[in-house]
Write a protein that binds this ligand. Structure first.
Ligand code: C2E
Ligand code: MG
Ligand code: MG
Length: 352
């Protein structure tokens, strides 16, 4: 049974020194946690001084442990070896040093598997595991996000083609795509190249897509939807946006950020917000997926609230999708986590 690590996501804006590293599958040490434990190194970067790491992390927005490192900082000679990092990231993309871990997303009541979320992993030679919370923002700052996301999408589609038709793949897409107009073309080309039915793909984006160019984001999301892919709004409740975009953007799912889930059972205000989001989702026809469900007690509260979907360590950690793990998650008798054997029937809401 997984440990209940406190993720520290909710405190990353106050002080890097307060933040605990996630222990997840060994990959999710947040940049802040690494900065504290390693003193002179932020995972994935070369040499960096601790106060500088702390100030970078303080610069990240509340509720987000991603190291939001501006390009200018990456060019600052003496603090970070930008060229080596860029070279290593490019090489990782070209030489197949990246790989995918998969985390199951299930029906919250029955445990029936709906899909797996692809989470990219980098084993940087000479450095070790680098968390995507660290290197995805760097790939964005270096302009490598298109190459990264395209590789992830292509790999995920190829993998999903081998699964039974009932299961879908969810893929994260960087908000930086929404400054341009080529995301839907890329997704269309990858789908066509792979042969995966668009209905078996779910694209996850965060509220950040609405910040720079909301009009463009709206157009791109509508085009993705027109391709037949599903759209999920990731990390819901922690971004900068207003609710107004929910009136017009055809999201299929809201993924309630784990910041809310980790306080279920201990914070009445969080529970009020969680129930309100569930009501919002139900009213708008958007399923709500609870992220970061790490404890049985949280799962039970979400079940009592009639939450649609759950994802988190108590259900399954991210990992390679071996045949054994696949068989484990597609079995319907994982009853100890869920409400009872009588509910463990095939899920009619899960599209075949
Ligand atoms: P996300 O899309 O919100 O993914 C969920 C994150 O929560 C993952 O972290 C996952 O390992 C972690 N998580 C899942 N269950 C639990 C839990 O019960 N407790 C806790 N504490 N954490 C849990 P990960 O893999 O480190 O990814 C971090 C973020 O990096 C992702 O957040 C996503 O925004 C980004 N990312 C990951 N893969 C990709 C990718 O292929 N492309 C892009 N553009 N971004 C990616
Ligand atoms: Mg996601
Ligand atoms: Mg998320």
């Amino acid at each position: 049974m997984p440990n209940g690590s406190s993720s520290g996501r909710n405190s990353s804006h106050t002080s890097a020194a307060e933040v605990e590293a996630d222990d997840e599958d060994g990959w999710a040490a947040s940049a802040s946690g690494t900065a504290r434990s390693a003193g002179l190194e932020v995972a994935g970067l070369d040499v960096i001084d601790a106060p500088r790491a702390a100030s970078m992390l303080r610069a990240t927005e509340p509720g987000d442990n991603r190291a939001n490192i501006p390009a200018a900082a990456l060019q600052d000679r003496g603090s970070i070896n930008r060229r080596e990092l860029e070279r290593d990231l490019r090489e990782a993309l070209n030489a197949g040093q990246l790989h995918l871990h998969w985390q199951p997303i299930v029906n919250c009541l029955t445990g029936a598997l709906h899909r797996f979320e692809a989470l990219v992993r980098w084993d940087r030679p000479g450095v070790g595991k680098v968390s995507p919370a660290t290197f995805v923002p760097i790939a964005e700052a270096l302009g490598l996000f298109k190459q990264l996301d395209t590789w992830v999408l292509r790999t995920a589609c190829a993998e999903a083609l081998r699964w039974p038709l009932a299961y879908r793949a969810a893929v994260n897409i960087s908000a930086h795509w929404f400054q341009g107009e080529d995301l839907s073309h890329m997704v269309e080309a990858v789908l066509r190249g792979s042969g995966l039915d668009p209905s078996r793909l779910e694209i996850e984006v965060t509220e950040r897509v609405f910040i720079d160019n909301p009009g463009n984001a709206q157009r791109e999301l509508a085009q993705l939807k027109a391709l037949g892919v599903g759209l999920s709004l990731d990390d819901f409740g922690t971004g900068y946006s207003s609710l107004s975009y929910l009136r017009t953007i055809p999201f299929d799912k809201l993924k309630l950020d784990r910041l809310f889930i980790e306080n279920l059972g201990t914070c009445r205000r969080t529970e009020v917000i969680t129930r309100a989001v569930l009501q919002l989702g139900a009213g708008l026809g958007m399923a709500v997926c609870a992220e970061g469900v790490a404890h049985q007690a949280q799962l039970e509260i979400l079940q009592a609230y009639n939450c649609d979907e759950a994802q988190g360590y108590v259900i399954g950690r991210p990992g390679p999708l071996t045949p054994e793990r696949f068989a484990l998650y597609t079995r319907l008798d994982r009853s100890s986590l869920f409400m009872g054997p009588e509910l463990l029937e095939p899920d009619p809401r899960n599209p075949a």
